[in-house]
Ligand binder design. Structure first.
Ligand code: SF4
Length: 365
């Protein structure tokens, strides 16, 4: 049990001295600090990595290549069980059409996210990713799957994580994101997604990916029924994992941290969305706590234009998404008015510049 013993003066002094805050202090900040203090402290940590008015963005789409899934997470409105009406798998041609549309709109990043589909062999994925690399070369980059899907595929193919990572690497894959983390505590996973791997397994798979030379990221979703202690445990595990990678001088350390919010509509879990203010305070806490991850991203997908206020709370990067069926089916709405979004960032005092993930491959974050 965490015991809050800090004061704002202690924490201010630590941030100024570039010292790390403890989990106790994070809990104290969450409970006691004003919004102004959270913004101020997060901006100070942000300034260690980025110019105060700089921010970056990408135009991207999530491609939900299949909605068939056996994991049965109670917070998911997207999945269909095998054999259930409405289940689908996209063909290469359907995927290419989505990528062509993305390029036509000026975007160059796709993220693949589907389900634990027992009817899809590893070759489906390797063939698809190889075909994308051959067809588009460096014109776009793609996040191939989330770690949770990667784990399922490896198990399904009777491969250990290292061998599966190598198969993907040879198929032209460079990135597998930290998606599927939601809240990284064993208890949360037992409550809501008991078929989706333990925390220890999650980090073992992520470590195997970076050891194989692939790149990855940290993610988090808040707004279920998790406690503040569980949120801080998630941040602590993430910071510790990044420490381990950096200590072993791993060039493929976590490239970024992205947190978004649970959309409860049409899910078994249900509930009420958290407020944007709560999200912004959590972004600030993440920036302050995760002092070893340079890029903190704010979620336009789940917070729309108000996500840009996250730039005042320590974030430095955002996506402009054009599609993500998983969150859209649970209540997320997407705007294609990109100029309006960029103008909103400028009104807050930031100058957004486009970030090409393909370039990150040559010069890691
Ligand atoms: S969240 Fe992902 S793993 Fe869980 S049921 Fe939905 S598609 Fe499956």
């Amino acid at each position: 049990m965490l015991t809050p013993t800090a004061t704002i003066a202690d924490i201010r002094r630590k941030i100024q001295a570039r010292e790390r805050i403890s989990s106790d202090e994070a809990l104290w900040l969450w409970r006691e600090a004003s919004d102004g203090d959270m913004r101020g402290l997060a901006s100070q940590v942000r300034a260690r990595f980025h110019s105060p008015t700089a921010c970056t963005y990408m135009l991207m789409r999530i491609i939900n290549y299949t909605n068939v899934c056996v994991a049965q997470c109670d917070y998911c409105a997207f999945y269909k069980l095998p054999g259930q009406e409405g289940g689908y798998v996209l063909s290469h041609e359907q995927v290419f059409a989505k990528l062509d549309e993305l390029l036509a709109l000026g975007g160059d990043l796709a993220g693949f996210n589907g389900g634990f589909n027992p009817h899809l062999p590893l070759d489906y994925y390797c063939d698809l990713f190889r075909a994308i690399r051959e067809r588009y070369g460096e014109r776009l980059e793609f996040y191939a799957l989330t770690i949770a899907e990667f784990m399922y595929l490896a198990d399904h193919a009777n491969l250990d994580y290292a061998a599966a990572a190598e198969r993907f690497r040879r198929a032209g894959v460079r990135w597998i994101t930290g998606g599927g983390s939601e809240i990284l505590t064993e208890d949360f996973r037992r409550r809501h997604s008991k078929f989706k791997y333990t925390v220890a397994e999650y980090f073992a798979a992520q470590r195997a990916l970076v050891d194989a030379g692939l790149r990855t990221s940290a993610t988090m979703v808040i707004g279920f029924d998790e406690t503040i202690e569980e949120r801080i445990e998630h941040l602590e595990r993430t910071r510790d994992f990044q420490d381990q990678l950096l200590t072993s001088k791993h060039p493929e350390a976590l490239a970024s941290f992205l947190c978004w919010t649970f959309k409860p509509y049409f899910t078994q879990l249900g509930g009420i969305e958290i407020t944007t203010n709560e999200y912004l305070r959590h972004l600030a806490l993440s920036r302050i706590y995760l002092d070893n991850i340079p890029r903190i991203r704010t979620s336009v997908l789940t917070q729309n234009e108000r996500a840009l206020e996250g730039l005042l709370y320590g974030a430095d990067d955002f996506d402009l998404p054009i599609e993500d069926e998983v969150t859209q089916l649970a209540g997320a709405t997407i705007s294609l008015n990109f100029d309006k979004m960029l103008e909103a960032a400028r009104k807050l005092g930031f100058e957004p510049t486009y970030r090409h993930v393909a370039l990150d491959w040559d010069s890691p974050a």
